[in-house]
Design a protein. Structure first.
Length: 397
């Protein structure tokens, strides 16, 4: 959506680019950097990490291998993968002091707020964070953060249910260990695989709002933890990662196919948004939604939650009929919530799980950008009043 500001330009923060300017509201289609990490084709519904199609990664890879790919630009050899996994395992623990301080926060707040606070506390308390200045140090710190995110997130989930955090199990892979730390029990193999795939699918996604936000902070040469808290803050919003939570809250209110039909009628008649639909880049169905939709169906059959799945399919069908022709289709958040719900995970934890995975993309893109860093500094066109005389306070109306 280009917004023509026409003659409003001739005031204030004057740009040296002529009298007329089209600007892209929300930076639509504005290119902010080059990257070798990944791309999405919004017309074809294609997502690629480092040249590899997301469908192949979902079928054949693991989260640890995908993180290696994002960070180092190639698939690891067997020995490289073992070494990398050992490093992730060694970095998993989060200082008790961080968890204790989070536990003592007086407010009942969203786990994304605790996650953001936890990352800040880690930077304040762990002095190794403060000396990570160069790109190599930041890479090491980034790997540590990727490893710690599940521990911190699971610990927060336990705090919210008044349970003791469960320490990581070094014998378990990343996804399996995350599920284990959430519940204190080993999950079944399908649940572990579904979580692994979900983490792969969420790991990176172009210049989305949270990635851009993290890059803006990193490009000032601020520390990595500050950049990650920025990414978490952006991801929390319901127009971005927070949508997965909104979708399941919507679906859980619909107790039958009939209610789903009626709800769809109302939303469409009022031309309102359906959460989990629409995307700035995809003008067709998000490929990640296709993968998670299948897992949602499989899990629903196992858990007996078929009714909820059928409700989701009705909303999807009706949404596609109404909005599909203008390129508004289901995105990953439409089905990720259903998957996590069927894994028995509390709704409040859905967006934090997104952050557990996306930290990999944030770190990879920050490291890539810092190789050829330039601070971000766009312009805004001033359209307010000008030439006002300062009025002393006693003379104001
Ligand atoms: N339901 C119905 N119509 C929609 C939806 C939706 N969810 N999203 C966009 N549209 C329509 C708009 O009404 C608008 O229609 P119009 O041209 O007839 O006025 C058109 O599509 C363009 O919408 P914008 O809001 O301008 O699209 P934008 O690119 O700015 O926003 C966004 C993208 C924020 C994702 C939007 O689609 C949305 O709010 N979706 C719902 C929230 C959501 O699911 N977010 C998760 C995105 S994926 C992710 O971040 C992981």
């Amino acid at each position: 959506m280009k917004e023509d500001i026409g003659d409003k330009l001739d005031i204030g923060d004057k740009l040296d680019i002529g009298d007329k300017l089209d600007f892209a509201k929300g930076l639509e289609d504005v290119v902010a950097s080059t990257t070798s990490i990944g791309y999405l084709d919004g017309q074809l519904g294609k997502l690629v990490y480092r040249g590899y199609d997301i469908f192949d990664l979902a079928d054949f890879s693991t989260f640890e291998e995908t993180v290696y790919l994002l960070l180092y630009g190639k698939l690891p050899t067997r020995i490289e993968l073992v070494t990398f996994k050992d490093k992730l395992v060694s970095y998993r623990p989060v200082m008790d002091e961080v968890m204790d301080r989070l536990d003592r926060l007086p407010c009942p707040c969203h786990p994304m707020s605790l996650l953001r606070s936890g990352i800040s506390l880690m930077e304040c308390i762990d002095e190794t964070c403060q000396v990570a200045q160069g790109i190599e140090d930041k890479q090491e710190m980034g790997i540590k953060l990727i490893a710690q995110m599940p521990t911190l997130t699971a610990g927060i989930a336990r705090i919210l249910t008044n349970e003791q955090p469960v320490p990581p199990d070094p014998g378990l892979d990343h996804a399996a260990n995350f599920l284990y730390m959430l519940t204190g029990e080993r999950a079944d193999p399908l649940a572990e695989r579904v979580m692994d795939v979900s983490l792969i699918l969420h790991a990176d996604h172009g210049m989305n709002a949270s990635t851009f936000s993290a890059l803006v902070v990193a490009a000032t040469l601020s520390d990595l933890h500050s950049a990650i808290t920025s990414g978490i803050s952006a991801l929390k919003g319901p127009l971005h990662g927070g949508a997965n939570e909104m979708v399941i809250r919507m679906l859980l209110k619909l107790h039958s196919e009939e209610e789903a039909e009626n709800y769809a009628d109302e939303v469409i008649a009022a031309n309102k948004k359906i959460m989990g639909f629409g995307h700035r880049v995809y003008k067709t169905i998000d490929p990640r939604a296709k993968i998670l939709q299948q897992y949602a169906e499989d899990l629903s059959n196992i858990t007996g939650n078929q009714q909820l799945y059928r409700v989701a399919r009705i909303i999807e069908k009706r949404g596609m009929e109404a909005y599909g022709k203008k390129g508004v289709c289901p995105n990953i958040d439409f089905y990720s919530g259903l998957v996590y719900h069927n894994l028995g995970i509390h709704t409040d934890m859905f967006t934090p799980i997104f952050a557990v995975s996306r930290t990999a993309g944030w770190v990879a893109r920050i490291l890539e950008y810092l190789e050829n860093n330039r601070i971000f500094r766009p312009r805004a066109v001033y359209v307010g009043p000008k030439g006002l005389n300062y009025v002393p306070i006693d003379e104001r109306d």
